[in-house]
Each structure stands twice: as structure tokens, then as C-alpha cells.
Design a protein around this ligand. Structure first.
Ligand code: SF4
Ligand code: SF4
Length: 343
């Protein structure tokens, strides 16, 4: 992979030169909250170590959108949300989250909405330092080798820039004069020092390799009842998790005409009590303990059996979000130690 060097002072001008590749998106503050959104100017971007609480999945698997319109003659897919975009400031674990979603949505038959959004999006990744709750080192998602067009590692006075695709090269050619081919021994040393310093900052760890066996052995563990007593079934953990991808589909009829309307797709969560409700009023997971077990079994065992990597990319959002401290850390620790957390 080609690695170039760019002085930090050129970053803003370089990013501004990319507008012709599509609408700009990235982390931006809206009403005081960091979120991935469209920006008019690159000066609005807030690229930092913090992550938006709602992950990048919202730009590829939107919270709510119209899939199609229908009338008495048939139906017409609505792809109007698909546009050419550049998404800037994407952290490594978030890129891994997208690669996990690719496994689900691009598997044949591919989801045309996700595929269209993915195909029309350029990804510019940025390095970050771990936060208190980052588990990405354990998940192997603290570095990234694919899934981006450009990736910037911030070494203060300069960036090392990984070029990950031919579209990445096209962006570089826009301001070729900013990029140096010669990456010196000293530059590489600085990169290694940065990696070592970063590795020492991680405070939390999960042994993801042993989790599938532990999950298998924990089917009847009292740990599930302990967490079920606390869980509020609010579904926040699913909303913030970059790999959660469940949705519901609803037909909305026009008020003036009973044969026309639209089909909407909306995020859903297996933590909600009505998620497994089927006709006849049967509910396969009416108990909170069963829903928690499903969520964590999927993240820590079955996703890995099917796709080769865990369904957790270690972003730490469930750690920061759950109001009653149920998260991938507390659950995996309780299952591993065979004891519930002390109050
Ligand atoms: S585990 Fe926490 S965030 Fe998830 S549904 Fe239960 S209370 Fe809400
Ligand atoms: S389970 Fe928690 S830490 Fe893992 S990817 Fe989901 S939100 Fe992030």
C-alpha cells in the first residue's frame, strides 16, 4: 500500500479541494452533540479522539427512510437518498464496523440501498487515541488495513497518509504538491513511537478469543437473570452499536387514497419486548434475560462463527451509554468470572 507524507498545515486546503468528489460528511457538533452529518464547509468538521454516540452506520443504514412507493399498478424503489459523498474523520474501529455491515448487507442478494450508499461513498479515515472505554485493541480493530480510500495518521507536525484505493489516488492527485513520496527513517520512528504510546493508553481488555466457549457454557448462567433485573429494555445499546443492524418495515398508506403509499424502514432492536412477537400473540423472547442472552451471544459468539470476527468492534459506546451499566465489558467479565458485579 502506498504511504505518503503531508505537512499538517495543508490539511484544511486539501480537504476543501475534495468537494468535487461529492457532498462532504464528517463529525460535526449539532446542538452541542457530536454527530456524523453533512457539512457545508470543512471548517465545521470536528475531528478528534471522541466519537459521535450514534455511529457511522447511520449514513449507510439510515434510522428511517422510504424504501419504495406503491400504488394500484405496482411499486417503485426510492433511491433518492443515494448521492456521491466523502466521509471524513472516520476512526479505525468505525471502519471495521462498516466492514462488518458489508458482510451482512452486501451478501447476495445484496441490499440495494446499503450497496448504493456504500458504492457512492469515499472514506477518509483518521487515527485517534483511545478513550477510557475503548476496547478496540482487544477486538483487533485499533488499526485498519482496508475499508478506506485514504487514512491519515496524525503525528502532530505531519500526517502519514495511507492510500487504500484508486479513488484515494484520485483525491491525492487533486493537490499532489502537498504529498511527499519520501518517508524517512525518522518519520517511521515517529510513527512507531506513536503506536507504542497509543498501545499503553488502553485501560480495558476483553479476551474475545475465549468468549465463544464461555458463551456456550453460560446458557443457563444466573448472570443473565442478574442483568435482566436491571435492564430497562430501552434499546439504547442497539442504537449506538456500530454492528447492530436490525430493522422493521412498515407500509404507510396515504390518508386520501387507500391504494397508494410508501414502505418505510426503521431501526429496531432485539432488546425491545415486541421484537420477537409473532401472530397469535406468541413471543419467543418475552423475558429480558432471553433478549440479553441473544444480544450478547450474537456479538460474542455467533457473528464470529458466521463471519470470522466478533460482532463487537470495541468502540465502547455500550459502556458509555447503558444507564444501568450493562455492556460488553460488565457482561463478559461477569460470565468469565462466574460472578455478578458487586454493588
Ligand atoms: S442493556 Fe442497557 S442500554 Fe441495553 S436495553 Fe438494557 S438498559 Fe437499555
Ligand atoms: S458491543 Fe459495545 S463496544 Fe462492542 S461494538 Fe457494540 S457498542 Fe461498541
Amino acid at each position: 500500500m502506498r504511504i505518503l507524507k503531508m505537512q499538517s498545515k495543508f490539511l484544511d486546503v486539501f480537504l476543501e479541494s475534495l468537494e468535487k468528489f461529492g457532498a462532504l460528511y464528517g463529525p460535526v457538533r449539532r446542538n452541542g452533540i457530536l454527530t456524523f452529518d453533512r457539512v457545508e464547509k470543512t471548517s465545521e468538521l470536528e475531528i478528534s479522539d471522541d466519537h459521535p454516540m450514534i455511529p457511522l452506520k447511520k449514513l449507510f443504514h439510515p434510522k428511517r427512510f422510504t424504501m419504495l412507493h406503491f400504488n394500484e399498478k405496482g411499486f417503485y424503489p426510492d433511491y433518492s437518498m443515494i448521492e456521491k459523498r466523502i466521509i471524513i474523520g472516520v476512526h479505525p474501529c468505525e471502519i471495521h464496523g462498516l466492514l462488518r455491515l458489508d458482510e451482512i448487507f452486501l451478501k447476495e442478494p445484496a441490499d440495494p440501498y446499503y450497496a448504493g450508499l456504500r458504492e457512492n461513498s469515499l472514506i477518509i479515515g483518521f487515527s485517534c487515541m483511545p478513550t477510557e472505554s475503548s476496547i478496540c485493541k482487544s477486538a483487533g480493530t485499533d488499526i485498519v488495513e482496508e475499508g478506506f480510500d485514504l487514512f491519515f495518521v496524525n503525528l502532530k507536525e505531519f500526517y502519514l497518509v495511507w492510500v487504500g484505493s484508486s479513488r484515494g489516488h484520485d483525491m491525492i492527485y487533486e493537490r499532489e504538491e502537498f504529498f511527499e513520496e519520501d518517508v524517512s527513517h525518522d518519520d517511521i520512528q515517529k510513527y512507531i513511537e506513536w503506536r507504542n504510546k497509543r498501545n499503553k493508553v488502553f485501560k480495558t481488555h476483553i479476551d474475545f478469543k475465549s468468549m465463544p466457549d464461555i458463551m456456550e457454557l453460560s446458557h443457563d448462567s444466573e448472570v443473565w437473570d442478574y442483568f435482566a433485573d436491571k435492564c430497562l429494555s430501552c434499546g439504547q445499546c442497539s442504537m449506538v452499536c456500530p454492528t447492530c443492524n436490525c430493522y422493521n418495515v412498515t407500509d404507510v398508506f396515504d390518508v386520501t387514497n387507500e391504494t397508494t403509499g410508501r414502505r418505510e424502514r426503521v431501526w429496531d432492536s432485539c432488546m425491545f419486548v415486541d421484537y420477537s412477537l409473532v401472530s397469535g400473540d406468541h413471543n419467543f423472547r418475552a423475558k429480558r434475560a432471553d433478549r440479553l442472552k441473544l444480544w450478547y451471544t450474537h456479538k460474542l459468539k455467533s457473528f464470529g462463527s458466521e463471519y470470522g470476527s466478533p460482532g463487537c468492534i470495541g468502540c465502547g459506546r455500550c459502556v458509555e451509554t447503558c444507564p444501568v451499566d450493562i455492556n460488553v465489558l460488565t457482561v463478559s467479565q461477569a460470565l468469565t468470572n462466574r460472578e455478578v458485579p458487586q454493588k
